[in-house]
Design a protein around this ligand. Sequence first.
Ligand code: VG1
Ligand code: CO
Length: 541
Amino acid sequence: MDIVSVKTEPYSDQTFGTSGLRKKTAVFRQKHYLENIVQSVFDSLNGFEGKTLVIGGDGRFFNDEAVQTLIRLAIANQFGRIIVGQNGLLSTPATSHIITKYNAFGGFILSASHNPGGRDGDFGIKFDTASGAPAPVALTTLFSERAKVIDRFWTIDLPDFDLSLLGERAVGHSIVQVVDPVADYAAYMRDIFDFPAIKKMLAGGFKMIFDAMNAATGPYARHIFEEALGAPAGSVIHGTPQPDFGGLHPDPNLIYAKHLADMMYADDAPDFAAASDGDGDRYMILGKNFFVNPSDSLAVLTEHLHAIPFYRGKINGVARSFATSPAVDAVAAAHKIPVYETPVGWKFFGSLLDAGKITLCGEESFGAGSSHLREKDGLWAVLAWLNIMAATQKTPEELTRELWRKYGRVYALAHNYESLNAEAANKLMMDLNAELDTLPGRQIGGLTIRQAFNFSYADPASGETAADQGICLVFDGQKRAVIRLSGTGSVGATLRFYFNGLSGKRLNDTPQAFLSDIVAAVGTLTRIAEQTGRDAPTTIT
Ligand code: VG1
Ligand code: CO
């Protein structure tokens, strides 16, 4: 086996965003595009020779080819062991778990997460460090900087590896080990949750449905829900990962998983439904005729986490992104644990978890996770709900309404304007930033702005800082808006407007009705329609 050094030219657009490098698949398929970024990651890191690297992906189009490329570069760069999921598949949380379980140096996840896949869809790559957490900003900045000047990468001259067979194969000084993607993760879930209690609930006629959206979690969900917990065959739908996700947009929300919501709002709805995204780190929870908003879900999980054996007596604190509604704050106060408010993106939770400051964390974008691993974890969140339901004998609606009665209801909505002209989106943010100082005290459509600031963060554990994360507008009457540019899109710019408001009394409004005044006020203030040429958001979640 020969190690070869290949000359290459840098690309100017290899910048890591909220969650890795994400582009159109066609961009990733350009000559040496993937090699450049992978070698840039290696060039930015030290001391991995002889160590273990984990590689997996969510099975989207180009996954097969990309995994082979990564294995070749890892061998040429002197990794001692390369652990790959069978057929190149690993969900994001399973990758994170395998990294820590096998003391790996780190791992790559090939995924554009909840973005559509296929030849004309999106592709992406993320790097997790030895703790199993997404690489922090300090590292991703190095990766992007290196990619701007890279002029060679190392690879080997060998044909494709057969990734269908489990087991090890020696290649030069390295070992390529193909592992069952599901086994370790499923065993870990058994350690965390009260499987007998969930099993008993399912055996007692409780009906659930899990929609894997033809993406990464299918094999995990079949194993956990149908085989280990005894849910009837067919409880997992869209359970086979497909390169184009069978035409589904693997983003578990009421828009892209409308088929699931329709089932749950029908007369013969099962008791519980859940879904996950492309790489298995997002989740959605539905009860009969009931949708659980992810910010409320984090609050319910915090309220009842002690019902789950793994966490009993060990709940230190909770974190949420600043775009996530503060529903969890009142729960945390009642439980006498701190709440940390972070920028958007999972990479900010890692150091808080490592420092033992928090046990639980979540985002409004259908993400939740805990101290059990350092990525967000969709199936974990679903199992947490099942465990809590089994322990309390309550439905998702009962658990959520109980929370609202006790702490008040925080209505939450996100308006997403996708694929905007990047200049127009940047201008909107710049105009607003320029105006910030003049906003407190200003009245718009009957609402008064109390505070206006650009969110910046100093990590209480690592000291790392992050400025310019988005604009926060706090209105009188416990209403709040956050406006920020997305860092996961692949075309133009995406603006996200998050709205939330607390009511102790009005528990039965729709978020649209309760928040209509602040939506209108922010629309007027930002002149969104005029500035972007759009009269409505692309999606409302
Ligand atoms: C979005 C969400 C954010 C999430 C990120 C990755 O980022 O808002 O909460 O962490 O996606 O999720 P942005 O920058 O587009 O708003 V996923 O499932 O990629 O791993
Ligand atoms: Co994801």
